[in-house]
Design a protein. Structure first.
Lengths: 84, 131
């Protein structure tokens, strides 16, 4: 995975941030299926909210598909709406 | 005719005969309406993510169909009426399958143009990916 050096003025501490990549693009997952609980649960943290793109790094077309899949999975009780 | 998937949850206390009876009823509706049952999968008992009708478990059944709107309408009506069915969902799959096919064709063509031979073969077929 590529590291991206942040541009900073001299004197300030440099740090490296790993560039986020979309899991679905990298692994060539074309269909995000609502039945694939194992895959979907990677994108729902403990409170069962959908993980934002800013954190997971998923690209926008895939995030949209992921959203749909998670919502379908919720409606058939494969994923929780919320944790009690 | 379009492709659909119907998934529903049956009460876990229902017997095998009751589940088979429900499946039989759905199958009759589909075949009588001129549709076709491509696949019938009993996914078995699994824990529900939340309580439905005071149940924490459910028996999942999945139908893959070729059908039209009227058949689906009738199936959904029947599922709603049945007491043993806790929940159901219908998903249309043909549009998604078409999109994926297009994407894969595009990818293959591009790989061929670059002269990298066969290109990256898809890891799984469309049918597999849809399951």
């Amino acid at each position: 995975m590529k590291s991206v050096k942040e541009k900073r003025p001299a004197g300030q501490k440099q740090y490296y941030r790993r560039k986020k990549v979309c899991k679905f693009c990298v692994e060539r997952i074309d269909v995000i299926n609502y039945k694939d609980v194992k895959l979907l649960s990677q994108f729902v943290p403990e409170r069962a909210k959908i993980m934002p793109r800013r954190i997971s790094g998923v690209c926008s077309p895939h995030q949209r598909q992921l959203n749909d899949a998670i919502k379908k999975a919720r409606s058939i009780a494969l994923l929780p709406f919320t944790t009690e | 005719m379009r492709n659909y998937e119907i998934m529903f949850i049956v009460n876990p206390n229902a017997t095998d005969e009751e589940i088979d009876k429900i499946n039989g009823q759905i199958e009759t509706i589909v075949t009588n309406g001129g549709g076709k049952v491509e696949k019938l999968e009993k996914m078995g008992k699994r824990r529900l993510a939340y309580e439905v009708d005071k149940q924490r478990e459910g028996y999942y059944v999945l139908f893959v169909l070729t059908a039209n709107g009227d058949i689906i309408k009738e199936c959904e009506r029947r599922l709603r009426v049945m007491d043993a069915v806790l929940k159901y969902i219908t998903v249309r799959t043909d549009e998604e399958a078409r999109r994926v096919e297009k994407l894969r064709n595009f990818r293959q063509r591009r790989a061929a143009r670059r002269g990298s031979g066969a290109g990256a073969a898809p890891k799984q077929s469309i049918e597999e990916a849809m399951q």
